[in-house]
Design a protein around this ligand. Structure first.
Ligand code: DQA
Length: 147
């Protein structure tokens, strides 16, 4: 099965961006780890990052018919984007919302998530380690659906 790992705005700066909040692992380290883990699990992953809301919407649309699950760290768009929420509902692909930080322990404006309303589940607060958790959760979910 094919899983899309989609990263939103400012996540290209991981490693140097507020390391006290987000850690020092870079997005390319995370991509490498996801690709290694995918190989071990016998699945394939596509890894993407965009700073542009519309490109994220396009990537979710393009996952239709090509990917069985989406892991979405939408960054700040999580808290603002009805368009991303609608894109996830429109394609009907199981989606796990992911955050490096525990958004619920942070500013009030990070407590609402439009994506969570249409997500299978949410993983937050485990830093870069959330990516492997999300990947194994998705493989477990898809496996139990035998897709
Ligand atoms: C984030 C949390 C968001 O609130 C923030 O805007 C981000 C990163 C995270 O992974 O912790 O850009 O999605």
């Amino acid at each position: 099965c094919h899983i899309l790992i989609l990263n939103g705005p400012n996540l290209n700066l991981l490693g140097t961006r507020q390391p006290e909040v987000y850690g020092t692992t870079t997005l390319s380290d995370i991509q490498d780890a996801c690709e290694r883990q995918a190989k071990a699990l016998g699945v394939s992953v596509s890894f993407m990052q965009s700073n542009h809301e519309g490109q994220l919407v396009d990537a979710i649309h393009a996952a239709r018919g090509t990917h069985h699950g989406i892991i979405l760290n939408a960054g700040a768009y999580t808290h603002t984007s009805i368009a991303l929420m609608d894109a996830v509902s429109s394609v009907g692909i199981p989606t796990i919302e992911l955050h490096l930080s525990n958004v619920h322990a942070r500013e009030a404006f990070r407590h609402n998530s439009y994506v969570a309303k249409v997500a299978l589940g949410v993983i937050a607060g485990f830093g870069a380690g959330g990516y492997p958790l999300a990947l194994s959760a998705m493989v477990g979910h898809l496996g139990s659906q035998s897709s």
